[in-house]
Design a protein around this ligand. Structure first.
Ligand code: C2O
Ligand code: CU
Ligand code: CU
Length: 550
């Protein structure tokens, strides 16, 4: 028997008796009038760049009091920003007073402390679904907690989804930065409302730099440009609009796709460039949209890095696919295009424009090899886990819940890798959707993708492959922290759980899925610790950050 989402909620006791009594008519929602995008003249606003975060001095580093850590104080707050010249200002929630928030510049092995202050209003302006786990009516509407995506962070500073705090409170997190140069990003991670908080604008860049990267002499300073991209919908007044399901009691939607693209918080901006090489640091911070990017003059991108840093060698990419939370480090050489105007396209839709100056071209060659990426060998893995990605639909065929390994968030922890051990995770995607799967704390390599027989898997719990193993794309053959688990395929990754013991999470980075149970805790266990000997158990509640100020 198939259940509707409402039945499912009822069955699982999520729906209260009172709301269950009213049969809610579907599709009754009054959609807000949506902005006519034809009103927006393309390429009239210059591309903004997020400000660089300014530290307010140093403090002793908690992990090593002999060392000083740079100290930042960053507030989450409401502000207004003009997304396009033809629009009135749009209300946003963000870090500091910009979207993207202030860029945090760090160096490998130099610890940083950030006091994340929740100065948001008391009321949310986007539609909370109180049926979702962690977003019940008993919880405050406005909650926030910051996670630095891709950072190797001790567990109690990692922004555990249940470690949220309300306006007026703050937390000090320490980031040791014991990792290679990479483009990381910070964003909200509050349980059950994460999709709304990030949609409102709670995201920013976090760069780790190191000597090795410096030695490559890549374009830097004004020639290194971050491009933070996402899609949104605006109403006729130019305000953020987040669609609802049509059921006022359960407004959650299974994915978001907007008709407006923002680059660094602007719609259809332009950037003046010189006829030379530029380095673009691309971040897909969308809720659930992947982008398929190309240049209007058919010039390729040269990709030099992925989520967790440089590739071993540059890769030419004609069309760049980038899923939610993935990053791409790109070189574009404008020296051959003096005086041209080049549009960046997402499929066929314009996203932004480059205006190449007509001065003398500058051509400095790019190194033929970058940072070695030693291949992780399958023989080093001490465990292989089969982990399914599942979707449950209602009678109408609409998604109602997505799970990892058929388990919900609050069920006992099942993934308990040993600290420093290597494991293979087989992400068995039984759904017809791609899911960008992200593991906190670690970096990993993609081994392969492969089609499989769903039937044999569902009924016999064994994997019968139906096609050849497909190697990762050339631009994925580096260190990753987010991987596209393709529809109806097994995606195999190999991971070393290095860094710190403790409780982390892994999840789908489609934020609508993540907020509706497609997220699970996992625990890195120190060898020899009591926990290492135990079978899966419900973990003790996580200790609060010792540096929490209020
Ligand atoms: Cu981008 Cu759980 O993180
Ligand atoms: Cu993360
Ligand atoms: Cu998903």
């Amino acid at each position: 028997m198939r259940l509707t989402r409402r039945d499912f909620l009822k069955k699982t006791g999520i729906l209260t008796a009172a709301t269950a009594l009213h049969a809610m008519p579907q599709q009754t929602i009054r959609a807000r009038p949506v902005l006519d995008t034809k009103l927006l003249t393309p390429f009239v606003d210059p591309l903004p760049q997020p400000p660089v975060a300014q530290s307010s001095g140093t403090r002793p580093s908690p992990d090593n009091p002999q060392r000083q850590a740079r100290y930042y104080q960053i507030a989450m707050q409401e502000f207004e920003s003009q997304l396009h010249r033809n629009l009135p200002a749009t209300r946003l929630w963000g870090y500091g007073s910009s979207f993207p928030g202030p860029t945090i510049e760090t160096r490998s092995d130099e610890p940083v402390l950030v006091e994340w202050v929740n100065s948001l209003p008391q009321k949310h302006f986007l539609p909370i679904d109180h049926n979702l786990h962690g977003a019940e009516r008993s919880k405050p509407d406005v909650r926030a907690v910051v996670h630095v995506h891709g950072a190797k962070t001790p567990a109690h500073n990692d922004g555990y989804p249940e470690d949220w705090y309300v306006p007026g409170k703050s937390a000090v997190y320490c980031y040791p930065n014991k990792q290679d140069a990479a483009a990381l990003w910070y964003h909200d991670h509050a349980m059950g409302i994460n999709r709304l908080n990030i949609y409102a604008g709670l995201a920013g860049i976090y760069f780790v730099r190191d000597d090795f990267e410096d030695s490559m002499h890549l374009p830097s300073g004004e020639y290194e440009i971050p491009l933070v991209i996402c899609d949104r919908m605006l109403d006729s007044k130019g305000q953020l609009y987040y669609p609802e399901s049509g059921n006022p009691e359960a407004p959650w939607i299974p994915e978001f796709s907007g008709d407006i693209l923002l680059v660094n918080g602007k719609i259809l901006p332009y950037l003046k460039v010189e006829p030379r090489k530029y380095r673009f640091r691309l971040f897909n911070v969308s809720n659930s949209s992947s982008f398929y990017l190309s240049l209007s003059n058919n010039a390729p991108f040269t990709q030099i890095g992925t989520d967790q840093g440089l590739l071993s060698a540059p890769v030419q990419v004609a069309k760049l696919m980038i899923a939610p939370a993935e990053r791409a480090d790109l070189i574009v050489d404008f020296s051959k295009y003096r005086g041209e105007k080049i549009v960046v396209l997402n499929n066929v839709l314009p996203m932004m424009q480059f205006r190449v100056a007509s001065g003398a071209p500058e051509q400095k060659p790019l190194a033929a090899s970058l940072r070695p990426v030693p291949k992780m060998l399958e023989s080093t893995a001490i465990k292989t886990r089969m982990l399914s990605l599942d979707e449950y639909r209602d009678r109408a065929g609409d998604s109602m819940i997505m799970l990892l390994n058929r388990s919900r968030w609050h069920m006992p922890i099942t993934e308990r890798p040993l600290l420093d051990s290597v494991e293979i995770w087989e992400l068995i995607n039984t759904t017809d959707d791609q899911h960008p799967i992200h593991l906190h704390l670690v970096r990993f390599q993609i081994l392969e993708r492969r089609t499989f027989d769903k039937f044999t898997y569902q009924y016999k719990k064994t994997l019968r492959f139906t096609g050849p193993a497909i190697a990762p794309d050339a631009n994925e053959a580096g260190w990753k922290d987010t991987v596209r688990a393709e529809a109806a395929m097994v995606t195999r990754i190999i991971v070393r759980f290095e860094g710190y013991p403790g409780r982390y999470v892994w999840h789908c980075h489609n934020l609508e899925h993540e907020d509706n149970e497609m997220m699970r805790p996992y625990e890195v266990v120190a060898p020899g610790s009591v926990g290492a000997a135990l079978p899966s158990v419900t973990p003790p509640s996580i200790p609060m950050c010792s540096a929490r100020t209020s």
